[in-house]
Design a protein around this ligand. Structure first.
Ligand code: ATP
Length: 252
C-alpha cells in the first residue's frame, strides 16, 4: 500500500509544506510516465526521490520546473497552484531546477555562467554579491572564474550548475543526479554544501539520486518511485531499515 507523504516529518511539530504535489499525471506524447503522484516537501527540508532507472524521477523534476506539462494534478507551491505556470514564473517564485548533465555554457566563463543564474530575477543589484557568495560556497569555482565552461572538470561543472541555480535565489532546489560519475570526495563535498545551505538558509531540496545511500544520508525523507508511481514515502532512516523495500525497489 502506498504510504502517505505526510510521513515526512521527524518531529512532532511539522514544518509547513512548501511544495504539495497531488494527483500528478505526466508523460511524453501518448505515453504516461507519472501516474497519480502525491508528494510533499516541507519548508527547509531535504526530500530524496529514489528508484530504478526509468522510474520517472527526472520526468517528475521536469514537470515541477515547468519544462514538461502536467496532464493532470496540482503543484501547489507556497499555497499557489503552479501546475500550468511558465518556467520563468516558477524560477521567480523560487523553484529552480538543476537538470542532470551539468549544463554549463561552454563558450562562457565561470563568472559569466554564474551571472546567467540571475537572468529571471527582478532585482539585479545584488547579483555581484550573490555570485561572490557562490564562490564562497564553492572555492574550487573561485579559482576557475575566468575559465570557460568547456575547460571544467565534471565536478567543477556540477558545482557550477548548483552555484548558478543558487544565484537565482531558490527556495526549492530541484536537483537531478548531482553525484553521477563523480569521485566520492567531490560527491561528499557537494552533499556537505547542500546540507549547509539547508541548515543556514532554510533551502528546501528535492534530490533525485541513483546513489541511494548518499541521498538518504542527507535527506529527511525518502520517496520511492517505481514505474511512475510512489510506493513509499518515509523518514530516510526508516526506508534504509526496510530490507524488503530495499530489495524490491532499490536493489540492495
Ligand atoms: P534514470 O535514472 O535512468 O534517468 P528516471 O527515473 O529519471 O531514470 P526518466 O528519465 O524520468 O526516469 O524516464 C521515465 C520514462 O520516460 C522512461 O521510460 C523513459 O524512457 C521515458 N522518457 C524519458 N525522457 C523521454 C523523452 N524525452 N521522450 C520520451 N520518453 C522519455
Amino acid at each position: 500500500m502506498t504510504d502517505t507523504l505526510t510521513a515526512t516529518a521527524r518531529h512532532d511539530a511539522r514544518p509547513a509544506p512548501l511544495l504539495e504535489v497531488s494527483g500528478l499525471v505526466a508523460g511524453y506524447g501518448q505515453g504516461e510516465v507519472l501516474h497519480d503522484v502525491d508528494l510533499t516537501v516541507p519548508a527547509g527540508s531535504v526530500v530524496a526521490v529514489v528508484g530504478a532507472n526509468g522510474a520517472g524521477k527526472s520526468t517528475l523534476l521536469r514537470v515541477l520546473s515547468g519544462l514538461l506539462p502536467a496532464a493532470a494534478g496540482t503543484v501547489r507551491f507556497d499555497g499557489d497552484d503552479l501546475a500550468s505556470a511558465a518556467v520563468e514564473d516558477r524560477i521567480r517564485r523560487g523553484i529552480v531546477h538543476v537538470p542532470e548533465g551539468r549544463h554549463a555554457v561552454a563558450e562562457l566563463t565561470v563568472d559569466e555562467n554564474l551571472r546567467l543564474g540571475g537572468l529571471w530575477r527582478g532585482d539585479r543589484r545584488e547579483l555581484r554579491a550573490d555570485v561572490d557568495a557562490a564562490y564562497d560556497l564553492f572555492p574550487a569555482l573561485a579559482a576557475r572564474r575566468t575559465s570557460h565552461g568547456h575547460a571544467l572538470s565534471g565536478g567543477e561543472r556540477q558545482m557550477l550548475a548548483i552555484a548558478r541555480a543558487l544565484v537565482a535565489h531558490p527556495r526549492l532546489l530541484l536537483l537531478d543526479e548531482p553525484s553521477l560519475g563523480l569521485a566520492p570526495r567531490i560527491v561528499a563535498e557537494i552533499l556537505g554544501t547542500l546540507a549547509h545551505l539547508r541548515a543556514e538558509r532554510g533551502l528546501a531540496i528535492l534530490l533525485v539520486e541513483q546513489n541511494v545511500r548518499s541521498a538518504l544520508s542527507v535527506a529527511d525523507t525518502g520517496v520511492v518511485l517505481n514505474l511512475g508511481s510512489v510506493v513509499a514515502a518515509r523518514p530516510s532512516a526508516a526506508l534504509l531499515d526496510d530490507e524488503q523495500l530495499r530489495h524490491a525497489y532499490l536493489g540492495f
